[in-house]
Design a protein around this ligand. Structure first.
Ligand code: ADP
Ligand code: ZN
Ligand code: ZN
Length: 724
């Protein structure tokens, strides 16, 4: 008799054995899907191994029901990646595989996708004829930028099928169906490109000469030409006929980025991967990748699980970005899995950032990663001027100092654009009663309810609960209730009144809810429409604004004093990233930081010496305090409506296992102790040695699988957490 060991999507940290007919073992291979009986159901399972023995009693073991695939859908290396992710993040293998697969494959179907329809301008269309319909003209302009785009991408930009069809019927657009593209067999066309400066050339040649697995940290200020380095390294990869994966933060996947890659490699198949794709589109990209029909994927974090026929390089742009870490289910970090994958394939990994994560920087300083630096902006040699604006005693309106307003006027008068940054959306974070001091709170969370004036709602930013805006104080009945604190909506309202003839554009999650609205706003900004840009961190990342010469950062102080030891790192990254939006057009940009603590050593270091210096100093502090990256960390989080269940569950874990080399802290309340009515506590686990941590976690997971208290709470395990 023969047996197969399979993974099934169930919330259990174990695999399952089934028996198979002897003859079938010649066709069965790891990575193929089979149907198996599971309880009273039939489930899709993925074969992990074919074995000749099992520990299950012969009268208990069931046969598989059917074989689904003729060939593995996951090859050996891909399976190894998923097993590693499952083990490392302590998440069931069946569920891990489920997360990686496109929906159709999860469900046991085997559809193939062999073609993709792309749109491009015809010769007539390329002349950009004047058209009455503005959206039609915009669509032509978009295609002039990208060369070609898929139907999906155009829809994501807010163009509808009708617009597209009408342009096709006017013969301004042509639709082509791309098949199994044989791009590997001919050298890629490379469009005109700049000559690299010395630092870029050094970086490129180091990367191009790398053999086997090498990790590079490309540390370079915004605008120093990191993307240009990626592009020129990709050239080499493409010429070898290898594929490449470019991971970008969620917010960084803009048409600007994609257009730049498409323009450089006009006949190379480039596909996108992000959360807005439909199931069908995901399957399409998956199939194209595994056949090698797609040369470059530009994708957000989950693209790390795509199958590649012959992967030649992985690039992680803005590697410090927190969107690379998944914050639920399989809590993986795409950058760290990228390192595993590059090691597995023995290929180069490039991590690029103006503000590297301290973890990454530590690896570079200790020579695990090769450090490549770009110190100069590619197109200008000017640095931004930082200024700490002391808010103590400063007259202010809507949180903006008079002095800041004066600077804004100067820059606007010179025809420049000005950016005002505040990382809080809505009109005000609370309402306050002038009579009794009542503050608006979410009824289900230990946090405030944010006042959204434009839509007349109070919204909780943690659980999403909406309530109408109260007319009277619910405690004392007074009608004297006012906005308390500032959000971007209020800043926009104030600035519109202050600068009546200056067009203002606000960019935050509220103003960009509609499909294509972010792209539209960004376009508008780049064409010079808006002169003042108000926004949250959506404005901070990846966008190129040519004309911004002044950036005002309103609330620096909230990041200086926080219970999260990473808060200062994040603040420094944010300030540097926001500041990077200024001064791209040749003249130095000016960056104003409004603070009540201008003498704070962190701010001083950041402003006078830059992120590089700050980060190296911050690392010495982390070392003294024995915090990551000098120690390894995991958090067990638990929540329930019943506070006792949560505390009992976590307290019970404290003595579990062999705790030598392990430090436990907790149970302690989560930073937000209650969300959506549930109490939240956590247990911190630290170990100087990673192997100790993982040994301990393995015992913990084992214990939890049979623990009765665990069934009364919702718990999760977060390995290498990036927030507390
Ligand atoms: P980063 O990715 O570091 O923000 P980019 O690669 O986007 O920097 O470069 C910033 C700008 O400088 C872009 O417009 C790019 O085309 C241009 N650029 C980059 N490298 C060079 C170079 N060697 N010569 C001229 N222009 C360059
Ligand atoms: Zn009151
Ligand atoms: Zn809430």
């Amino acid at each position: 008799m023969s047996f197969v060991e399979v993974a099934i999507k169930v919330p259990l940290q174990r695999t399952f054995d089934y028996k198979v007919n002897e003859q079938l073992t010649t066709v069965l291979q790891p990575g193929m899907r089979v149907m198996v009986p599971f309880g009273s159901q039939k489930k899709v399972a993925v074969v992990l191994a074919i074995k000749t023995s099992t520990h299950i009693a012969s009268d208990k073991i069931k046969p598989i029901s059917a074989i689904i695939d003729n060939a593995p859908i996951l090859n050996t290396q891909h399976l190894a990646l998923l097993k590693f992710a499952s083990r490392y993040y302590c998440y069931p293998l069946g569920e891990t595989i489920h997360i990686a697969l496109p929906a159709a494959l999860r469900q046991g179907q085997c559809p193939d996708k062999t073609s993709i329809s792309m749109l491009a301008l015809t010769e007539k269309g390329a002349k950009l004829p004047s058209l009455k319909a503005k959206t039609q003209l915009n669509l032509l302009k978009q295609l002039a930028q990208s060369g070609k785009s898929s139907l999906t991408e155009l829809k994501a930009l807010g163009f509808n099928k009708k617009t597209i069809d009408s342009l096709v019927s006017k013969e301004l657009l042509s639709q082509t169906i791309e098949h199994d593209n044989q791009w590997q067999n001919k050298p890629p066309t490379i469009a005109a490109k700049p000559t690299l400066n010395k630092e870029q050339a050094v970086a490129c040649s180091a990367i191009n000469q790398a053999t086997g697995f090498t990790s590079f940290l490309l540390e370079g200020v915004t605008g120093s030409g990191k993307t240009e380095v990626y592009l020129q390294c990709l050239e080499t990869v493409l010429k070898r006929g290898h594929q490449a994966l470019v991971l970008v933060p969620e917010i960084g996947l803009t048409p600007q980025t994609v257009n730049r890659f498409r323009r450089r490699f006009p006949d190379t198949p480039i596909m996108l991967w992000h959360s807005a794709l439909t199931d069908n589109e995901r399957l399409q990209t998956w199939r194209f990748c595994e056949k090698g029909s797609c040369a470059i994927v530009i994708g957000t974090r989950s693209s790390i699980f795509l199958p590649f026929l012959e992967l030649g390089m992985i690039i992680v742009d803005e590697e410090h970005d927190s969107s690379f870490k998944q914050q639920d289910t399989l809590r993986y970090h795409a950058r760290d899995l990228a390192a595993y994958r590059a090691y597995q394939q023995q290929i180069p990994l490039i991590l690029g950032s103006a503000t590297p994560a301290l973890e990454t920087l530590h690896r570079a300083i200790t020579d695990k990663y090769k450090l490549l630096t770009l110190t100069e902006r590619a197109q200008t040699s000017t640095d931004n001027q930082f200024k700490l604006l002391d808010m103590k005693g400063q007259p202010e309106q809507a949180g903006i100092a008079q002095a800041s307003l004066a600077y804004m006027r100067q820059h606007l008068a010179r025809g420049k654009q000005v950016m005002v940054f505040l990382n809080r959306r809505g009109f005000s974070p609370t309402l306050i009663c002038h009579e009794c001091g009542w503050l608006s709170e979410c009824t289900r969370c230990s946090t405030s309810a944010t006042f959204h004036k434009a839509i007349g709602q109070m919204i909780c930013h943690h659980c999403g609960e909406q309530q109408p805006v109260p007319r009277q104080c619910p405690d004392c009945g007074s009608t004297q209730i006012f906005p308390n604190g500032k959000g971007t909506e209020q800043i926009e309202e104030f600035l519109s009144a202050e600068f009546t003839d200056v067009p203002i554009s606000r960019i935050d999650r509220d103003s960009t809810r509609l499909k294509g609205s972010l792209e539209k706003a960004l376009n508008d900004i780049n064409q010079g429409g808006a002169r003042i840009l108000v926004g949250t961190q959506m404005l901070a990342k990846g966008h190129h604004f040519a004309d911004v010469s002044l950036v005002v950062i309103l609330d620096v102080d909230s990041g200086l004093y926080s219970c999260d030891f990473r808060a200062t790192e994040h603040l420094a990254q944010l300030v540097t990233q926001v500041a990077g939006r200024a001064g791209r057009s040749g003249e130095p940009g000016q960056v104003l930081l409004q603070t009540h603590f201008p003498e704070h050593p962190l701010l001083q270091d950041l402003v006078n010496n830059g992120y590089q210096d700050f980060a190296r100093f911050a690392l010495t502090e982390r070392e003294e305090a024995q915090l990551p990256p000098f120690t390894n960390m995991a958090i067990v989080r638990a929540e329930s409506h019943n506070i006792k269940h949560v505390i009992d569950f976590l307290t019970d874990l404290v003595p579990v296992g062999n705790v030598s080399g392990i430090q436990l802290l907790g149970p302690i309340p989560a930073p937000l102790e209650r969300i959506a009515g549930k109490y939240r506590f956590q247990l911190h686990i630290q170990a100087l040695e990673r192997s100790f941590l993982h040994q301990y976690l393995a015992q913990l997971v084992d214990y939890l699988s049979t623990n009765k208290l665990a069934q009364k709470v919702r718990w999760s395990l977060d390995v290498d957490p990036i927030d507390m």
